[in-house]
Design a protein around this ligand. Structure first.
Ligand code: SAH
Ligand code: SF4
Ligand code: F3S
Length: 477
């Protein structure tokens, strides 16, 4: 899986760890408290880490790049697969040693665990790792300052009750300078939680039930981001297209309508969203892809499996042909759409034929890019109690075959772009002098030589060749 940075990465490049470059403004305090935030998991966690850093900035904390330099270390964790959550305990082992070393020098280190493992394991984390001072779940981040005050008074704090109040009303917005430092592409969470209960998945238990933010809140945040220099916003949600809310016109809006509204935000030039569920791709959303130039032609639409028997056992509530038809309609609306997906191999009871059905679906759809995982049994989910768990060796073999096919499709997609004229949003300087790196509409990074454009500019280019996970382009004058 690719390393997740605070730039765009499809939601399912999970488990990648990223130090949150959650910049905070210089403190006026000569000796400010320092926080190091480490983010595991999906983009929702990247966004949350930024919001936690914003809320700590309001308390006088500045961020630091190393745990050694920090007074507070926050690990923002992921519970999606066993390997993801075990990462927490190895990180905590290292932090315990650092805490002891600091204590010997008379320096205090507070250790906080946030995110989906915090929500799922709560008190258990304190039992397994007594050096932890604070465990805080994703629904209670706005209470972080109060929780830290209790820790300073010598308490061990576990905050995992679902809050009744709206955390977004209480979390401070980032300052303009902070937005600027985070770059021209930003995340904006519009929806949280999940009511779908796929039988393999922990998300409904770690993130709670579906909650949508209001149109007013979302538009205000988008405008703030744009005022800070952001040109591209990726709307986030565990099921982002399940978003719904009261529109400006007093009617109930779906996600498609929200996109039309956001397309009106002045100076916002690109919109993306992730992750979507096939069942929530309605006509308004498909039409938005036909009508809105601002909406980029990249869609992450996980299907998980191609066998109807397995889809049913997963509780996905759609058949593989429903998905095929949906893809057809989306491609009719937006012929240059790059499709991405997630796949699980080795779900309990998956036979060779079931797996072949997944391979066939992939051949039929033709993905531009996709993520695939071996099924990981998660305690507390219905899948864990199913009979006929698949052998690791069989899972390995299936994953290899699936990934070979997906890689082939990815290269074919990239090759199909050579010779195309398109636009690129400039994001940062390249590795070499006279190089800039930007984003193509299809999310792939683009390297441009001899470029004198500014970060945030959108320029016209022609794609001239492809790299492993990138494109090379020349500017068109
Ligand atoms: N809400 C999104 C996905 C969220 S989780 C959706 O409905 O598609 C991201 C991905 O992790 C999933 O799409 C799935 O492919 C994978 N995943 C989730 N639980 C898993 C498990 N127990 N084992 C292996 N992969 C899993
Ligand atoms: Fe998990 Fe399914 Fe919800 Fe996606 S839709 S978050 S896979 S339960
Ligand atoms: Fe992981 Fe939680 Fe995201 S389990 S994938 S961090 S919603």
């Amino acid at each position: 899986m690719s390393t997740l940075e605070t730039t765009l990465t499809p939601s399912s490049s999970l488990e990648a760890d990223a130090k949150t470059a959650a910049n905070t403004p210089a403190s006026t305090d000569a000796n400010p408290r320092k926080v190091f935030v480490k983010t595991y998991g999906c983009q929702m966690n990247v966004y949350d880490s930024q919001r936690m850093a914003d809320s700590l900035a309001a308390e006088g904390y500045v961020t630091t790049e190393t745990p050694e330099d920090a007074d507070l270390v926050l690990l923002n964790t992921c519970h999606i697969r066993e390997r993801a959550s075990e990462k927490l305990y190895s990180a905590l082992g290292r932090l315990r040693k650092l805490k002891d070393k600091n204590a010997a020098k008379g320096k205090e280190l507070t250790i906080g665990v946030a995110g989906c493992v915090a929500q799922a394991e709560g008190q258990e984390i304190l039992r397994r790792a007594p050096s932890v001072d604070l465990v805080i779940g994703p629904q209670t981040y706005h209470r972080l300052p109060q929780a830290l005050a209790k820790v300073r008074d010598g308490e061990k704090v576990v905050e995992t009750e679902y809050a009744l109040e709206d955390k977004f009303e209480h979390l401070p917005a980032p300052q303009r300078e902070v937005v600027r430092k985070r770059g021209v592409s930003a995340f904006l969470t519009v929806q949280e939680g999940c009511d779908k209960f796929c039988t393999f998945c922990v998300v409904p238990y770690t993130r709670g039930s579906e909650v949508s933010r209001s149109v007013a809140q979302i538009v205000a945040e988008a405008e703030k981001l744009v005022a800070g220099g952001v040109r591209e916003i990726t709307l986030l949600g565990q099921n982002v297209n399940a978003w719904h809310g009261l529109g400006d016109d007093g009617r109930e809006w779906g996600f498609g309508e929200l996109l039309y509204r956001l397309a009106e935000v002045p100076e916002l030039t690109r919109l993306r969203y992730t992750t979507s569920h096939p069942r929530d791709m309605d006509d308004a959303l498909i039409n938005a892809h036909r009508d809105l130039d601002i909406l980029m032609p990249y869609l992450h639409l996980p299907v998980q499996a191609g066998s109807d028997r397995i889809l049913k056992a997963m509780n996905r509530k759609h058949k593989s042909d429903d998905y095929r038809r949906l893809i057809e309609r989306i491609r009719e609306a937006r012929p240059d759409m790059a499709l991405s997906g997630d796949f699980i191999v080795g779900f309990p009871g998956e036979t060779d034929q079931d797996f072949e059905d997944t391979m066939q679906l992939v051949r039929d759809v033709k993905y531009a890019q996709a993520y695939s995982f071996k099924y990981s049994s998660r305690p507390g989910t219905p899948g864990a109690d199913l009979p006929d768990h698949v052998d690791e060796a069989v899972k390995d073999e299936r994953l290899q075959r699936l990934q070979a096919l997906l890689n082939e499709q990815q290269y074919a997609f990239q090759d199909s772009l050579v010779g195309k004229k398109t636009s690129v949003l400039i994001e940062k300087p390249g590795r070499e002098e006279h190089q800039m790196v930007g984003r193509s509409p299809w999310l792939l990074p683009v390297i441009i030589d001899n470029n004198h454009d500014q970060i945030g500019d959108i320029i016209d280019v022609e794609i001239i060749s492809t790299g492993t996970n990138s494109l090379v382009a020349k500017k068109l004058s």
